[in-house]
Design a protein around this ligand. Sequence first.
Ligand SMILES: [Zn+2]
Ligand SMILES: [Zn+2]
Length: 336
Amino acid sequence: MSDPDMLALVVRGPKEHALERIPMPVPAPGEALVAVTHVAVCGTDLRLLRGTLHDADYPVIPGHEWTGRVLEAPDRPELVGKTVVGDGITPCRQCERCAEGGYNLCQDLDEVGFTRPGAFAEAFTIPAANLQLLPDTLSGAEGCLLEPLCVALHAVERAPDVSGRSVGVIGAGTIGLLVGQLALAAGAQSVTVAEPEERRRRLATELGLDQVSSLAELGKALPEIVFDATGVASVFPDGLEATRPGGAYVLVGYSGEEPTHFEPSAVMLREVTVYGVLSGYGQLDKALDMVVNGTVRLMPLLDEELPMSDYRSVLEDRGGDAPLRTVFTTGAGQTV
Ligand SMILES: [Zn+2]
Ligand SMILES: [Zn+2]
């Protein structure tokens, strides 16, 4: 804390990013200063680095999946020195969407790692009210996966009740495997994950999910409720075809700008209902409960931890070997 500088990943524009020494942020009234111990990179962060994220605002410090230790919190002094996670989203509570309770759709949303500096840094600031203690039984790396778990919870909440229904999940990435676990826990009759990479299919099996190697295979079973967790635009038209007529198609974890060709009749003639899922605001309590009580397992989804200086490794194309989520350690926070 004596050093007013810190290391942060600064993205100045598409493909323009570097670790820079910048001034340590100063918390505004109501905010806390948090030393980041762990921070993960997801597909949305990759889009931010590559310049393909819808609505990106540069310059930005990414990082919205994190665990940290509180350095300063004038409003919540009991948190100082404690390991925390937090809801990165702060709705304005003034706009029409907020008035309707649609906080995810807030027209003036403040979000760590997007509209305000994120956690890919030795420290960052966040409204103190958004913070929660990380239970002792969870590791810092697991703490990073609570944010995607919040998104997965919101996806299952948006979808029709999965209990007693056949569920398909396209893509065994972090979100897909979390949605799969939640659907199973919510009483789905079956949960089948479509995933071409063998390593990820094994992971699905380990988590108690059925798996097939292609979308065409999934289509033979025609699940009633299909979650598309691939983040790939071109999957959409084929995914619709793999969904049972009268069923539901849930788009989760897609943040790109790529167009795709699809025929509206694929929705109309099959009477498929399409649901969009944006972020997972307000789900953190539930997410923590589900991990602490063992309903959802996070450890199998985690790989090795790397120092933040190795951040460029996430940009390499490692195909089937790529970790689901790479978690980085900053080295900060250990001295607090
Ligand atoms: Zn993310
Ligand atoms: Zn609002």
